[in-house]
Design a protein. Structure first.
Length: 139
């Protein structure tokens, strides 16, 4: 996987700024979203500050259609979101060797204003969701 990110090419307009960083990684503020066709529907939020920090992410609605985090207006104001179509919603994923054990953090959704390229991870106080929500379910 590391080879995909070794010679990452992006433009200034691809950079998403997290003004407060990501919880636990507050010093890391600039990221790009990387899509790798063979890993769809996953994407990677890759820090471009020279560190090797990156997060696998997924749109949580792809595996939990009823996901409806209660977000304050202040979150949208902080990211200067004016229209619903400007919002990208992600959950950070922990990918396990056994795909059935892979989980997503639905307590900490990542919001991105795709128009202004601003992002923030929101920490919810919502008992409906967990930090280890299964992505795949046994049938």
């Amino acid at each position: 996987m590391a080879d995909f990110f070794k010679d990452l090419i992006y433009s200034k307009t691809d950079i998403i700024t997290f003004p407060g960083g990501v919880p636990g990684f507050e010093a890391n503020k600039e990221f790009v979203l990387v899509q790798i066709p063979e890993y769809v529907p996953f994407e990677w939020l890759v820090c471009i500050d020279g560190s090797r920090l990156r997060f696998a992410v997924i749109n949580p609605l792809l595996f939990k259609a009823d996901y409806s985090p209660e977000l304050d207006k202040s979150h949208f104001d902080e990211l200067k979101i004016e229209k619903p179509e400007d919002v990208l919603l992600y959950a950070i994923v922990t990918i396990r060797e056994n795909p059935l054990e892979s989980t997503a953090n639905l307590v900490g959704p990542v919001l991105v204003n795709k128009a202004l390229r601003l992002g923030k991870q929101i920490i919810l106080e919502d008992e409906r969701y967990t930090t280890r929500e299964p992505i795949l379910r046994k049938t």
